[in-house]
Design a protein around this ligand. Structure first.
Ligand SMILES: [Zn+2]
Length: 348
């Protein structure tokens, strides 16, 4: 089969690799229908994450179950499934508490399983899914082509945006500011709206992203950054700042922006993968601003979000503004790196 391999920073290729085989009774083999490039893949692509050796990549995919191990009870050949960006058993003490990303048997695509064996990346034709019953969520029907894009967002971006909103405590009537206008930031706007936010301010400098933020539910857009940006957010939100700020970038600047935009007593929900982020704890102390969040337990949220996606109540798939076949994966990375696309979808 063909699968995406990061050979070196800025060198991404589609290679011929061995087909995956069932290794455990709890495994399934999934034929990938669609995958996509994540903002977090770019950290490796740009060489910001340390590069050790060529490796498989990709952690967001949907597909059709091609084969199941003897111990798989809830899935059958032909099922359409959504794969969250981490695999998990959905039964251990941490999964039961909703922290599937810390599952005692779990792990990540293109990493290793609990037994130390390699696990396929999502940007390829076939994937061995460990702990298939716990990991994969099947839809009752085969989705239309358009619905495939919507469902693909349940792998990562939409649950991650939702996690930012939940972590920040967004509820009916909340005032919200969103830092970051990538696919996760835009998804966070949609998630905050879905949870009943009364007013949403999106922070973005790009016209196409500002428009999508408005379509997803943002009432106002602030293009300024730093102290000016925070002052603009305060001016819009009762002169005090947002109850809930959703930090969707993961840099020192974005965290500072989030903290400055939060009202005293408010909360920041952060989901941007942190890179050298520092916190001003004394400032948090004096303003009673708290911080929650982390890597999104996407598996925990898929069942809650799926009905609204299937009904068309929300259309998170609008974050995909480029769709290319898998053999153009290098282009899919390049346009995201150059920020000429919000998010690239790969069709297989
Ligand atoms: Zn678990």
């Amino acid at each position: 089969m063909r699968a995406t391999v990061l050979h070196a920073p800025n060198d991404i290729r589609l290679d011929e690799v061995a087909d995956p085989q069932l290794l455990d009774d709890s495994d399934a083999i999934v034929r990938v229908v669609a995958s996509c490039v994540c903002g977090s893949d770019l950290w490796s692509y740009r060489g910001i994450n340390e590069f050790k050796e060529p490796r498989r990549i990709g952690h967001e995919f949907v597909g059709i179950v091609e084969q199941v191990g003897a111990g798989v009870a809830t899935l059958k050949e032909g099922d359409f499934v959504i794969a969250p960006f981490a695999f998990s058993d959905n039964t251990c003490a941490l999964c039961v508490r909703g922290v599937h990303t810390s599952c005692v048997q779990g792990g990540y695509w293109s990493g290793e399983d609990h037994q130390g064996r390699p696990v396929d990346g999502g940007q390829g034709e076939l994937v061995r899914a460990p702990l298939a019953d716990g990991t994969l969520v099947a839809t009752q029907e085969q989705p239309s082509q358009e619905m495939v894009a919507q469902l693909l967002t349940l792998s990562d971006v939409f649950p991650t945006g939702h996690h930012a909103a939940v972590s920040a405590g967004v509820t009916t009537g909340s005032t919200v500011a969103v830092v970051g206008d990538g696919a996760v930031g835009l998804s966070a706007v949609l998630a905050a709206k879905r949870l009943g936010a009364a007013r949403i301010v999106a922070m973005s400098r790009h016209e196409d992203r500002q428009q999508l933020a408005r379509d997803f539910g943002a009432d106002e857009v602030v293009a300024e950054r730093g102290k000016d940006g925070a002052a603009a957010v305060r001016e819009i939100l009762d002169g005090i700042g947002a109850d809930c700020v959703l930090e969707c970038v993961g840099t020192t600047e974005s965290m500072k922006q989030a903290m400055l935009s939060t009202r005293p007593g408010g909360r920041v929900g952060y989901v941007g993968v942190p890179h050298d982020v520092e916190l001003n704890v004394p400032a948090m102390f004096s303003s009673n601003v708290s911080l929650a969040g982390g890597v999104a337990p996407a598996r925990n949220y898929i069942e809650e979000l799926l009905p609204d996606v299937l009904s068309g109540e929300v259309s998170p798939g609008r974050v995909f503004d480029l769709r290319v076949p898998l053999d153009q994966v290098a282009d899919a990375y390049r346009v995201m790196d150059e920020r000429t696309a919000i998010k690239s979808m790969l069709t297989i």
